[in-house]
Design a protein. Structure first.
Length: 376
């Protein structure tokens, strides 16, 4: 069976890596990796392939940046001839980025089966580009691999046939589990025992420049109590540059380049708290048991709130400061393990793909432990 993986942006790489490995360990699979080039900077792309030990892409579409329409259209136009030429049996797409929907749409129209890894997550906020990508990709995918039971419930509610949906767990956590021992070698240098790690890149936070300036002001204020380390995404860097240098008055607010995977994992592991608007980091902090304050009004990953360390602080900086105080005072949320976030999600995906290539894949559902219930 020929499986073609499509990756494009930073969070795709950690999700694809374990699936490529799991299929590689089974007989009967040929694999092709296509990088759309949505992310292209060395520290947003190349370094992840090396650290995650993903084979170099067979094809790089090198589409680069652009408006949503242009980026999505460029990926589609460049990807279509690749699918025609390579003739995969299954295209696997990951997460919720523009590369995900673009590749799914091309494939399904060419009559190729599509599998969506990380299906079913919903923020119910249609102003988020990722929510549109999630909704549409799930509607047209043949195999939907979900990370948690809330995602199954979302898909069923949207009328997606239950026999296309497979609760497999979280592939991002597979990568974390595999590489955490290696990340331990990257003990954060030059950092005190107590620091906050910050990432902000959502358009709703950083493209609103006055709001971004207020958030940076709050981060400066937090440095009265702890050092703040902020690896800055390229989108955010552009906006900060528009603000000028006035916000960088404090040496305890450290704005640094985006970090490679292992170093960032080590930074999360050692942090007193993480302040973020990322999706994946809400999951990683839950797994690691590190308090996470999410600067958003909603999350597509409610399991990290219900069972994990995540708190939605909303668009409310007073609330953010109050939550920071709470964490510093040692008031921690109780942590429950999330079922199937165990380092083996990709193996389950490989098993399902293997059985779907022979008979119909549905038989695998019966192998899931009875203890896994839909809890919403
Ligand atoms: C994309 C995803 C988002 C994901 C994020 C992770 C979509 C709709 N959004 O957002 O879900 O959380 O990736 O990072 O797909 N840029 C560079 N170098 C790069 C990549 C981008 O300088 O390697 C700059 C460009 O100016 C670009 C901007 O960052 O215009 C935004 O990049 P883009 O891929 O459009 O979206 P992200 O904000 O990265």
């Amino acid at each position: 069976m020929h499986v073609l993986h499509v990756v494009g942006a930073r969070p795709n790489f950690m999700k694809a890596a374990p699936v490529v490995r799991a299929l590689d360990q089974r007989a009967g699979f040929r694999q092709t990796i296509v990088h759309t080039g949505q992310h292209y900077d060395a520290n947003m792309s190349g370094v992840f392939f090396r650290e995650l030990e993903i084979p170099q892409p067979d094809v790089n579409l090198a589409v680069g940046s652009g408006s949503h329409a242009k980026q999505t259209a460029d990926i589609m136009a460049c990807f279509e001839p690749v699918v025609r030429e390579r003739k995969p049996d299954l295209v696997l797409v990951y997460g919720d980025v523009n590369s995900t929907i673009a590749a799914a749409l091309v494939s399904v129209k060419l009559g190729i089966k599509v599998g969506h890894v990380e299906a079913g997550l919903r923020s119910r906020d249609r102003s988020m580009p990722e929510e549109i990508n999630r909704l549409l990709t799930d509607q047209i995918s043949d195999l939907l691999f979900t990370p948690s039971s809330d995602a199954n419930a979302n898909l069923l509610r949207e009328g997606i046939a239950a026999d296309r949906v497979f609760l497999v767990g979280n592939v991002m956590i597979d990568t974390l589990v595999r590489l955490l021992p290696k990340a331990e070698q990257y003990r954060p240098q030059d950092l005190p025992g107590r620091y906050a790690l910050v990432t902000l890149h959502r358009p709703s936070n950083v493209d609103d420049v006055p709001w971004l300036e207020q958030m940076l002001g709050t981060l400066v204020r937090l440095t009265d109590n702890l050092v703040v380390v902020f690896p800055v995404h390229p989108r955010t860097r552009q906006r900060i540059e528009e603000l000028g240098a006035s916000v960088f008055g404090n040496g305890r607010l450290r704005l640094v380049q985006p970090k490679p995977y292992l170093e960032f994992l080590a930074l999360q592991r050692g942090a007193t708290m993480v302040i973020t608007d990322s999706g994946g980091i809400q999951e990683e902090t839950t797994f690691l048991g590190i308090p996470c304050l999410t600067v958003r009004e909603n999350t597509e990953r409610p399991i990290t709130i219900r069972r994990g360390t995540n708190v939605l602080v909303g668009r409310d900086l007073k609330n953010l400061e109050a939550e920071v105080e709470r964490v510093l005072a040692g008031d921690r949320k109780p942590l429950e393990r999330v079922p199937l976030w165990d380092g083996h999600a990709a193996e389950r995906i490989a098993d399902i793909i293997a059985s779907s290539s022979t008979e119909d894949g549905r038989s695998y559902r019966n192998c899931l432990p009875n203890s896994i219930s839909i809890d919403v």
